[in-house]
Design a binder for this molecule. Structure first.
Ligand code: 6R9
Length: 654
């Protein structure tokens, strides 16, 4: 579709809420007014309505130690009890919690009663391995039910988990295990990827035997998933089927303080070192449950919900495990890739389970667009009534395709902006309430306050002017800090515009209707297929290769993945440039250091990098090169001939 026909198409569409939808929607226009009338009162009501507290809280928010928040002070509750036991106690034990669909076609149906037994057994097993309240447990697993059992078992005993995405390398795993000082790692022998088993435990072994460091890991609990050969340490390694299966099916959930740490999740920052974002109990669960109810419009008795994220990312934490299970949802958990065994796999799953709410990422939608609308057309998608998008801005074209080919031209799309740090959805339309605007996340949900600031830190409301998104009031699911590094927390989020504003790191603007449009990161963080990667982290991976002297990484626009990693590399004097072979070697090196997702799409070997007089690499100029644009202003370069050197080198190569 050309831009012209796209905009005329948009003009003709009526995207106001459907009356029938509004009549049954969980979200209401009144909520905005209620939250405006009393921020803390609104959240206190959400906390009491949506969760079961072992003891009620006596203060809603303690902001006296800002920017370190305490929510629902004095209250106690158990997250696993809220996500599992109370549903069984309420008579919903027979309700399906998880429809598991393995990549190989194996399936498992897990009811809430089953879940209670599985989580209890896993909690008993972790305790048998010496885990107690406050100990950290690393989880390095694929998308299988045991992963959910493990996370909930940790929550049950108050042992914060640190889930590490199964696509990360041994090296990345090592850093994260060391930073959190995890006592136990839960993993699998391998994982299914495109019909083949890929090893997983091997990376745990390598992460533990890393150089001369003393590993904090005492035990490794291993689920057999692919039946692959693994190395075994009799003193340290334990099979899940030996230990967990032998445990009692009952386990008493102990109430935790509302501010007890629930999990740590590492995310990329602007420096090489990943940040351990940590979340606590009462506030996090309140907002996860509330947003899943009002933004996804989840009705647990009738909906079948499916969030396609990996549990290794925050979306999997909040919208596979905690939000939906706190609400007693029935959901699909799918292990594999969208094109195994064929490109219609997702749509067959939607048809099979009658999925009514689908939450996915723009990069997936753009991939499906590329594969063609005839593929989803082969399945019956009429069960779908709400669509969600998360991870990066969704371009209007992809929005319209999603609405038309997946949503039957009728399902509202919620474009949800949030971050690992925010813990839960912050900016999004409410289905049944909001008149939708394709491409825009629109406005903060009830209970959340945001502004856009100019370079001087002044809020503005003019349309089409570009500024920085900030959050202006504390919210229940906000991060409580960076694990072990309170200063970095203050510096990263609360200093750019002073201590009053949480700086999200995203550019934003308003349109003439007052909708917020998110414009991508303004810092050195890239967004590749909705995954956050830091330029600094990939640069340090590259320079750790013996042939590399210096490296600069930029995110260049990419039609499918949003951004793609492009690296500019200066080789060491003694290193020989073997052309394509060297490039391949460096790409593989990055995959080994960080993981395949960080593999540069393109590596350009260059003689020099553009630097300012103070020695800062001017990534803006490299981005111009990577995106095949005329190179911008070079006047601040220390040596203005560098750019022509780089450009000449590239034309010679191609
Ligand atoms: C949930 C998640 C956070 C960054 C965030 C922003 C981008 C996420 C978005 C979006 C535009 C949306 N982002 N959702 N940008 N529209 N609906 O993705 O967390 O991995 O921490 O990434 O992703 O740039 O700052 P996380």
């Amino acid at each position: 579709m050309s831009d012209d026909s796209l905009s005329s198409h948009l003009h003709e569409m009526d995207l106001s809420p459907d009356a029938g939808f509004t009549a049954q929607a969980n979200g209401t226009a009144q909520m905005y007014a209620d939250a405006d009338a009393g921020h803390e009162g609104f959240w206190a009501a959400q906390a009491r309505e949506r969760l079961s507290w072992a003891s009620d809280f006596d203060q809603t928010l303690d902001w006296s130690g800002a920017p370190f928040a305490k929510w629902f002070v004095g209250g106690t509750l158990n997250v696993a009890y809220n996500c599992v036991d109370r549903h069984v106690e309420a008579g919903h034990g027979d309700r399906v919690a998880i429809h598991f669909e393995g990549e190989q076609g194996d399936t498992r149906t897990i009811t809430y009663a089953d879940l209670q037994k599985e989580v209890s057994k896993a909690a008993n097993a972790l305790e048998a391995l010496g885990v107690s309240t406050g100990d950290r447990v690393a989880v390095y697993m694929p998308m299988i039910p045991e992963t959910v059992f493990t996370m909930l078992a940790c929550a049950r005993i108050g042992a914060p988990h640190s889930v590490i995405f199964g696509g990360f390398s041994a090296e990345a795993l090592h850093t994260r295990i060391a930073d959190a000082e995890a006592k136990v790692v839960v993993t699998t022998d391998g994982q299914w990827r495109r019909g083949k088993p890929a090893p997983l435990k091997a990376a745990v072994d390598a992460a533990i035997h890393h150089g001369d460091d003393d590993s904090p890991v005492e035990k490794v609990l291993v689920v057999k998933r692919t039946d692959s050969e693994v190395e075994w340490d009799d003193d340290r390694d334990v099979w899940w089927h030996d230990l967990v299966e032998a445990q009692s099916e009952t386990h008493e959930a102990q109430p935790m303080d509302s501010e007890h740490p629930l999990f740590i999740l590492y995310t990329s920052g602007t420096t090489g070192k990943p940040k351990g974002i940590f979340h606590t109990t009462g506030g996090y669960l309140t907002q996860a449950a509330y947003t899943n109810a009002v933004v996804h419009d989840l009705h647990p008795e009738t909906d079948v919900y499916w969030c396609t994220a990996d549990v290794g990312w925050v979306t999997g934490h909040s919208y596979i495990v905690y939000g939906p299970l706190a609400n007693g949802a029935t959901q699909v958990l799918y292990e594999g890739t969208p094109d195994t065994p064929h490109q219609g796999r997702w749509w067959e799953i939607v048809e099979k389970y009658k999925v009514s709410i689908l939450y996915t990422a723009p990069t997936a939608i753009r991939t499906f667009m590329k594969w063609g609308a005839d593929i989803p057309a082969r399945s019956d998608l009429s069960s779908i009534r709400v669509l969600g998008s998360v991870g990066e801005p969704i371009n209007p074209e992809a929005w319209l395709w999603y609405r038309k080919h997946i949503g039957g031209d009728r399902a509202p799309i919620v474009d949800t902006w949030w971050q690992t740090e925010t813990g839960a959805i912050m900016i999004s339309p409410l289905p049944g309430v909001t008149t939708l605007e394709p491409g825009s996340a629109q406005r903060p949900i009830p209970g959340i306050s945001a502004e856009i600031l100019d370079d001087d830190g002044k809020p503005f409301t003019e349309a089409e002017k570009v500024g920085y998104l900030v959050l202006t009031k504390p919210w229940p699911a906000m991060l409580r800090g960076i694990w072990g590094d309170p200063d970095r927390y203050r510096e990263t989020y609360w200093s750019r515009f002073g201590p009053k504003y949480y700086f999200a790191g995203d550019g934003a603007k308003y349109d003439a209707k007052g909708n917020i449009w998110l414009l991508g990161r303004v810092d050195d963080v890239m967004n590749v297929s909705g995954h956050r990667l830091s330029t600094a982290e990939i640069e340090s991976a590259l320079v750790s290769h013996p042939s590399v002297a210096e490296a600069a990484v930029v995110g260049a626009a990419d039609e499918t993945t949003g951004q793609a990693v492009c690296a500019f590399v200066i080789l060491r004097g003694e290193a020989v440039d073997h052309g394509e072979e060297t490039v391949q070697e460096l790409r593989n090196h990055v995959a080994k250091e960080i993981g395949p997702i960080a593999k540069p799409r393109q590596i350009m070997i260059v003689p020099e990098l553009p630097k300012t007089r103070s020695g800062k690499i001017m990534r803006r100029l490299l981005k111009d090169v990577a995106e095949n644009r005329e190179v911008g202003d070079v006047t601040t370069l220390a040596d203005s001939s560098v750019m022509s050197l780089i450009k000449d080198g590239m034309t010679a190569d191609s």
